[in-house]
Write a protein that binds this ligand. Sequence first.
Ligand code: SAH
Length: 390
Amino acid sequence: MSTELDLSRRSASAAPATPVNLAGLGIERLRTRLAEIGIEPRKVKMRANQVSRWIYHYGVTNFDEMTDIAKDMRAKLAADHVLERPQIVEHKVSVDGTQKWLTRYGPNVEGESVYIPDVGKSGALCVSSQVGCTLNCTFCHTGTQKLVRNLTAQEIVSQVLIARDALGEWPTSNEDRKLTNIVFMGMGEPLYNLDNVVEAIDTLNDPEGLSIGRRRITVSTAGVAPKIPELGARTNAMLAISLHAVRDDLRNEIVPINKKYDLKTLFEAIRAYPEIGNSRRVTFEYVMLKGVNDSMAEARDLVRLLKGVPAKINLIPFNPWPGSPYKCSDWETIETFAEVLNRAGYASPIRTPRGRDIFAACGQLRSESVKERASDKLKARLAQSESAAE
Ligand code: SAH
């Protein structure tokens, strides 16, 4: 008999009606869970590390595979817990190797994630932090979908598990991973869901978790200025800014959050980001919209605006979506724009559009999910109780 399971310590909450999913939980939550099911306090830390390694290094979905854990403890874990991923509604693979998943987090809550090969050391996963978005950037497809809800830390981490499953990356050695980088550039505004993003990054980074270095994790924001230094202090992740315009009047129009936090406020926040320097540059994303923000005067103003900020600039050819009001700048224009930046000493790669054929390119993500209104919920509940009464 194991001495580790002290059943008298079990709290009332330890026998859940529905099993608790451990996949996607961070080390702290795993510890709490193990303590709740009666694991001896002095063993909790060690056991949580073991469980975490099985979940994140080996990708197991069955407690029986956790071979260094005693059988009775495995049985105990299996009785009240599962190791599940959210349901994959759709998985598409582009001709260029890009992959996209539409994942269901709950009824009417579906979000997308995109794996892009050949980014960073070998490939990046673009994760969503929200389903829908509140920002309404005029060139972005996600912006046409109202916010449904924030994703939990577990749901954010599960996007990485799903990609690792598909890429056949279990167990993963550090050297030959296909998925090395994480970018928070999917649906939603990460800084409007900062607590969950911070918790997810901790799990992604944890050596007993997914073990992805903080320099390989980039968080992109449209400019929630007051949260930018906080993001740095709490995550030490790399920062990306969706800039797209160099004048307040234009930015107010195409990235409306600029009306709340203008360029001056935004740049003050960026300069306060911890540890920026030549080895830790801020990425500025700049979508190339024909006749809107792509003049040479704007390229020169961009150089002026970035003065003193260690930066690289990602020029993103605009990716169209049904009903989008813009055209992508001509290739020649994009190249001349890049040249102005290069001459000023900035690395300014033009981002090759990836996965356009499966609608997985920047700004093309969107799902059909809509937020249930309170009145809809009430109607659904009434219908349910009526059918139960029949
Ligand atoms: N809300 C965050 C995270 C989303 S990142 C942010 O704005 O940074 C998604 C990136 O794709 C952003 O830089 C966004 O501006 C860009 N983007 C949106 N729509 C696009 C489109 N149609 N074509 C190219 N890039 C687009």
